[in-house]
Design a protein around this ligand. Structure first.
Ligand code: GLN
Length: 487
């Protein structure tokens, strides 16, 4: 059983197609592993005999034939509990399935379960879940990152071969980094957002959490595309090619100082692993040079005005009438709204609704929202300038390795800094991937934990991005697993 759990999704799909591995045997192995999990990674699991997860009647030669996928519980799944990590959606069963999930099952995948997350995607540690934190499989006293922490922990701990998540400011890349797996955030608009519960609509994008870069390509390929139910979706012209590149000859890599050496709170071990990765990029024939993103340091400030502003509007729909929870009592309608929202939303969600409502209020709109939008435009221009000189930009994904549970819960600001390196790419809407770059001790000592290398490319250059990431992945040769290499 242990052996099949080590296969990548692509390897398993090939073996299933060739008749060397039974789709049922493969699913059962994961269903069993997931049923016994102790990380709180899953909020709902498929009953292996229930057969509701889709894909079962697909031919084995479908691209994802027989591959189980863990789905962040921010995607609507028909008749299957969907909570967004919030108590306010307790008991909610959507009447339809998100386009991204449906495309996976159309390609032959099976939904293995719904994974834990920070409430509505707001957080960087999974401690903001209404259903308890997720533990990092590398060290259970530490966080897996967030908000797609359940998906990241499940893939790292062999509780799923692959998973999907959402990334608004770093929520796929940062947990992938902290759990030692690959996390891809595609270009804004590459994958439909239909049925993906909204946090900040101009930033939210579906992404993948996988064991390697080839699996990221496989999942993206199945999910990308224009969807008439999401007018902001455009797909990726020419589709997605599976990566094959092994060298970086003739490719130029920019290292933005603001997001590497000068990044806030960068740990020594992370910096050392990053430098080693730059050395490997050079050995593969890539040119590496320093560059500037002059406004990137203001990314977080702009993000924490824009994302809460959009969230405050998106979350207005949870009123106790249409979805999930309704607070008891015989009070009037307004009072019922208030009591439901008070009981259903957690502290971070309330903080963001207040921040966003304030930023959008008349008299303050220009000073906050308008100004943040202008910073966003400057950041977009910074990236456009850098991509005039470079094919890719590389930075550490997270300034630190996985931190201890509780270490940042008292300081929203310290928590927000977790996304210092990932937020600028979200504001620019460009495709960005995090791959494992090695292990490092945290500052002040502790176990060796995964470090992520972040690679960004121009909008819709996913195939080129995956190709470079594949070459670098091969050179890094990261093969540590939780409990074997660094637990
Ligand atoms: N950690 C960031 C936040 O709390 C990003 C979250 C995300 O990408 N969904 O908003």
């Amino acid at each position: 059983m242990t052996d099949v759990l080590e296969l990548t999704a692509a390897q398993a799909a090939r073996q299933i197609e060739a008749g060397e591995l039974g789709a049922d045997e493969y699913l059962d192995a994961y269903a069993e592993a997931a049923a016994g999990e102790e990380l709180n990674a899953y909020l709902w699991r498929e009953d292996p005999n229930g057969g509701r997860g889709g894909g079962r009647d697909r031919p084995a030669d479908a691209p994802l034939g027989g591959v189980p996928v863990a789905v962040k519980d921010l995607f609507c799944t028909e008749d299957v509990p969907t909570t967004a990590g919030s108590r306010i959606l307790e008991g909610y069963r959507p009447p339809y399935t998100a386009t991204a999930v449906r495309k996976l099952t159309d390609a032959g995948a099976l939904v293995l379960g719904k994974t834990n997350l920070d409430e509505f995607g707001m957080g960087s540690s999974n401690e903001n879940s209404g259903y308890g934190p997720v533990l990092n499989p590398w060290d259970r006293r530490r966080v897996p990152g967030g908000s797609s922490g359940g998906s990241a922990a499940a893939v790292a701990a062999r509780l799923a071969p692959c998973a999907i998540g959402t990334d608004t400011g770093g929520s796929v890349r940062q947990p992938a980094s902290l759990c030692g797996i690959v996390g891809l955030k595609p270009t804004y608009g590459a994958i439909s957002r239909q049925g993906m519960i909204a946090f900040a609509s101009s930033l939210d994008q579906c992404g993948t959490l996988t064991r390697d870069v080839a699996d990221a390509a496989l999942l993206l390929r199945a999910m990308e595309g224009r969807d008439r139910c999401d007018s902001t979706s455009v797909g990726i012209e020419g589709g997605v090619e599976l990566p094959s590149r092994e060298d970086l000859e003739g490719l130029r890599f920019g290292v933005p100082r603001e997001l590497s050496a000068d990044a806030e709170g960068l740990e020594a071990g992370v910096s050392a692993a990053f430098e080693r990765a730059l050395g490997l990029i050079r050995e593969l024939g890539g040119e590496v040079d320093e560059c500037e993103l002059p406004h990137a340091a203001h990314g977080l400030s702009a993000y924490y005005v824009l994302a809460p502003a959009e969230a405050s509007a998106n979350l207005a729909r949870y009123d106790g009438v249409r979805f999930g929870l309704r607070a008891d009592g015989d009070a009037d309608l307004l009072n019922m709204y208030e009591r439901t929202r008070d009981a259903g939303f957690g502290a971070e969600v309330k903080r963001r609704i207040m921040l966003g409502t304030y930023a959008l209020s008349s008299g303050y709109y220009e000073a906050y929202y308008g100004r943040a939008q202008r910073v966003r435009t400057r950041i977009v221009e910074d990236f456009a300038g850098a991509f005039g000189r470079f094919d890719y930009l590389v930075t550490p994904t997270s300034p630190t390795v996985a931190f201890e549970l509780g270490a940042r819960t008292d300081s929203p600001l310290a928590m927000y800094l977790s996304d210092y390196c990932t937020v600028p790419m979200s504001l620019a809407g460009i495709p960005t991937i995090s791959i494992p770059a090695g292990l490092a001790e945290p500052d002040g000592g502790g176990p060796e934990l995964p470090v992520g290398l972040q690679i960004a490319a121009p909008a819709f250059a996913e195939s080129r991005l995956l190709d470079a990431a594949h070459a670098i992945e091969g050179a890094i040769g990261f093969d540590a697993t939780p409990g074997l290499g660094g637990g």
